[in-house]
Design a protein around this ligand. Structure first.
Ligand code: SF4
Length: 484
C-alpha cells in the first residue's frame, strides 16, 4: 500500500542490487562512509540518498536449496523476542503513479481464489513447531490493498488466525488499505474479528494532488469514513502521508499536516519522502509535462523541516523516526518488530520476511504460488542467509528507528563487544563534524539533518561494522563469524 513496509515484493533485480552493493561495500575505505560537508548538512547529506530502508544483508541461498529452508525452520523453536505474521494481498483497484509495489489489478473472483490460498498457507504454517513455539505479537495485512478483500475472505482469514495461532493477548492486528471500497460490512467484519488497527494510505488530503497520483477518494470522503470508523471506538487509525509529490506546495503540505493532527479520529501518522523508483508512471508523466516534476532532494529537505517545525512546535508525540502520534492509541508493534530484525513470517505471493536465520521472499506468478501451496510447500522463491551479526544490525537499526539515537555502551554490553565504540569512533566523529549526529558519552543522537538522512546512516553503520569486522578479524571480540 505504501512505502513503509519492508515485507513487500522483492524482485530478482532487487536481489542483484543487494549482491552488487555488497561487492561495492567490500572495497570501501572509511571515506566512502563519510557525510558530505560542501553545503548545509541537510542539503549536503551523503553521496546519494539511500532509498526504502536499511539492513538488507546476507548471502543469497542457492535456488536448489530453497525448499529446504522451511523444512529446517519449521522444526525449530523460535527464539525471537517478538514475532509477527505478514500477510500480503497483491491486488489494487488502480495503480498509484508513484508506486513501486503494484502487482495486479483487483478482480473480485481472483481475489477470492487468492484469499483461499492465503488461508491454506496459513494452515500449513500453523502446524509447524516454529509457529507454535511462542505467541504472535502482531499480524499485518499489507499490500497491495487488503481492504479489497471481501467480507467473507476477511472473516475466514481473521477467524482462522484467532482459532489456530497463539496470538498474544495484546496482539496488534492491522489491516492496511484504501478508504475507497472499504464499506461498512468489511469494517464490521474486521472489528468483530479482532482487528485493532487500520492503516490507510492517504498520501495527501488534497483531492487534486491525490487524483493526479491515481488515488480516487476526495478529502471529504476520507475524513468522513475515518470519522465513522473512529466512532466505533475499537481500533487505532493510522494514516500515511508523502511529501515531495508533484504540485505539492508548502501550503498544501502544511495543510496535510494540519488535517492529520487536527482530525481527532486520526491516532497517528507515518510520513515518508517520495521515493522515485525506476519504472513508476510518475517519472514518465512528469517528464511529459502532465504535472510538475516531483520534488528534488533539496526541496524534500525543506518540506521535511517544515514538518518537523510544525509538529515539534505543537509538541506532537514523536513515535519513532517516521511516525507521529496524536493520541495514546498507537503502538506500532509490527513496524518495530521488522526494524529490530525480529521474526516476521511471510504469507502470500509478494510477501517477504525473516524466519530463523533467513530473510525470505515469496514472489512470482499467482499460478505458481497456487501450485506450491497445493503441493503442501512453503512458497519461498528467494532467500538470503543472514550474517551471524544480524541481531546487532537489528539492535542498531531498531534503536535508531525507535529512539532516533543509539546508546553504544548498551550495544557493547548486550553483544559483548567492548571495542565497538572505539571502532566506530572515526566514523561517528566525522558525522558529528558534518552535522549529522551528536556523539557524547557513547550516545549517538541524530540531528535534524541526520533524521532526514537516516537510511544512509543506518546502512553505513551496518556496512562499516561488516567492513571493520572483516578487516580486524576478531579484534572486536565479536563471538560470531561473518561469511559474506
Ligand atoms: S494502493 Fe497504490 S500505493 Fe498501495 S500498493 Fe496499490 S498501487 Fe501501490
Amino acid at each position: 500500500m505504501d512505502n513503509k513496509t519492508p515485507s513487500k515484493i522483492i524482485t530478482e533485480n532487487f536481489l542483484d542490487d543487494v549482491r552488487n552493493k555488497h561487492q561495492h561495500y567490500s572495497k570501501k575505505s572509511i571515506e566512502n562512509f563519510y557525510a558530505k560537508t560542501d553545503d548545509k548538512p541537510i542539503y549536503a547529506g551523503f553521496y546519494s540518498k539511500a532509498n526504502v530502508h536499511a539492513g538488507m544483508s546476507g548471502s543469497p541461498v542457492n535456488i536448489d536449496n530453497i525448499s529446504d529452508i522451511w523444512t529446517e525452520v519449521a522444526k525449530q523453536k523460535d527464539n525471537s523476542p517478538r514475532r509477527a505474521i505478514y500477510i500480503h494481498v497483491p491486488f489494487c483497484l488502480s495503480r498509484c503513479k508513484f508506486c513501486h509495489f503494484y502487482q495486479s489489478r483487483t478482480r473480485s473472483e481472483e481475489l477470492d481464489v487468492y484469499s483461499k490460498y492465503l488461508l491454506k498457507e496459513l494452515q500449513l504454517a500453523s502446524e509447524s513447531n516454529f509457529a507454535k513455539s511462542k505467541p504472535i505479537n502482531a499480524v499485518y495485512f499489507g499490500g497491495g490493498t487488503p481492504t479489497d478483500l471481501s467480507p467473507v475472505s476477511l472473516k475466514n482469514l481473521l477467524s482462522h488466525l484467532k482459532s489456530n495461532w497463539n496470538l498474544a493477548n495484546d496482539c496488534e492486528i492491522t489491516i492496511e488499505g484504501r478508504i475507497f471500497g472499504f464499506d461498512d460490512d468489511k469494517i464490521a467484519v474486521c472489528i468483530d474479528n479482532g482487528v485493532n488497527r487500520f492503516s490507510f494510505g492517504v498520501q495527501s488530503f488534497d483531492t487534486k494532488i491525490r487524483r493526479q497520483m491515481g488515488r480516487i477518494e476526495t478529502q471529504e470522503n476520507i475524513i468522513s469514513k475515518i470519522n465513522s470508523i473512529a466512532k466505533l471506538n475499537q481500533a487505532n487509525i493510522s494514516i500515511d502521508l508523502i511529501y515531495g509529490l508533484p504540485d505539492q506546495t508548502d501550503e498544501i503540505w502544511l495543510n496535510d499536516l494540519k488535517i492529520a493532527a487536527n482530525t481527532n479520529s486520526i491516532d497517528s501518522c507515518s510520513i515518508y519522502n517520495l521515493k522515485l523508483m525506476t519504472g513508476t508512471p510518475i517519472l514518465k508523466e512528469s517528464q511529459n509535462g502532465k504535472y510538475s516534476a516531483p520534488a528534488d532532494m533539496k526541496r524534500q529537505a525543506d518540506m521535511f523541516l517544515l514538518m518537523n517545525d510544525y509538529y515539534k512546535s505543537r509538541n506532537i508525540k514523536r513515535f519513532g523516526l517516521r511516525h507521529w502520534a496524536f493520541s495514546n492509541r498507537e503502538r506500532s508493534i509490527y513496524n518495530f518488530i521488522v526494524k529490530y530484525e525480529q521474526t516476521c513470517l511471510p504469507i502470500g505471493n509478494g510477501a517477504g520476511g525473516r524466519i530463523g536465520n533467513y530473510r525470505v521472499f515469496q514472489s512470482g506468478e499467482n499460478k505458481d504460488y497456487y501450485k506450491k501451496i497445493d503441493a503442501g510447500e512453503k512458497p519461498i522463491t528467494m532467500a538470503l542467509k543472514l550474517p551471524a551479526n544480524n541481531t546487532i544490525n537489528g539492535a542498531l537499526i531498531g534503536s535508531l528507528e525507535e529512539h532516533l539515537c543509539i546508546d553504544f555502551s548498551k550495544i557493547e554490553e548486550e553483544f559483548n563487544l567492548p571495542k565497538l565504540t572505539e571502532k566506530f569512533s572515526p566514523l561517528l566523529n566525522q558525522w558529528q563534524e558534518a552535522g549529522m549526529i551528536s556523539f557524547d558519552n557513547k550516545i549517538m543522537k541524530l540531528t535534524e539533518a541526520g533524521e532526514f538522512w537516516n537510511v544512509n546512516i543506518a546502512q553505513n553503520l551496518i556496512d562499516y561494522l561488516k567492513l571493520e569486522f572483516r578487516n580486524s578479524q576478531s579484534n572486536l571480540c565479536m563471538p560470531v563469524e561473518i561469511k559474506n
